[in-house]
Design a protein around this ligand. Structure first.
Ligand SMILES: [Zn+2]
Length: 181
């Protein structure tokens, strides 16, 4: 099912400074994030001008639902860092940064990010996230169970997209959306 009105919201910037090469593995996963900012454009500006943090996302979703493509979906974005799924190793005080030995889901996962400082996504942001997830799930055969939060693939190290949204809640809403789409 196409949603032209949503598709019109997408702006292809493809201007990530930090990213990997083309995907060589099947893309079987979507990881959801929040940026701890008021806009996603501010994250692009920050990440593309700092050398302190080498990171990128595929898509960011502004509060009004506009979608910004930061990294082409054929290219590996650097969003999840040390991570694994299933069975990620939880970060501890003794091993806070690389509990999974530096492995990352980035080589087979898309990274989507809501603009949020922790407040719940707006209805427009949720709708755009449903649409994006539905599109890529359909295109790559990604299972609902493989739409995960950063907190789930990097437990103990990352908390996002909490406190904005619990991923169990998001998956339930996404499942309903997909039956209606
Ligand atoms: Zn994150």
């Amino acid at each position: 099912m196409s949603h032209p009105s949503l598709q019109d919201r997408v702006t292809r910037l493809d201007n990530a400074r930090w990213h990997g090469g083309p995907f060589t593995k099947p893309r079987t996963m979507i990881v959801m994030h929040i940026n701890d900012g008021d806009t996603f454009a501010s994250s692009i500006e920050y990440l593309n001008t700092t050398t302190d943090k080498k990171a990128s996302y595929h898509y960011g979703i502004e509060k009004d639902g506009r979608i910004l493509r930061m990294t082409d979906s054929g290219i590996i974005a650097w969003h999840a860092g040390d991570s694994a799924w299933p069975n990620p190793v939880r970060a501890t005080a003794g091993n806070p940064d690389r509990p999974n030995g530096g492995a990352s889901v980035n080589d087979h996962a898309f990274g989507f990010c809501w603009a949020s400082r922790g407040e719940a996504p707006t209805d427009a942001q949720l709708e755009s996230a449903f649409w994006l997830c539905d599109f890529f799930m359909g295109l790559h055969g990604i299972a609902l169970d493989m739409v995960r939060g950063h907190d789930e693939v990097a437990p103990g190290r990352k908390q996002d997209p909490l406190p904005a949204i619990d991923m169990n809640e998001f998956r339930a809403l996404l499942a309903t959306y997909r039956t209606l789409a």
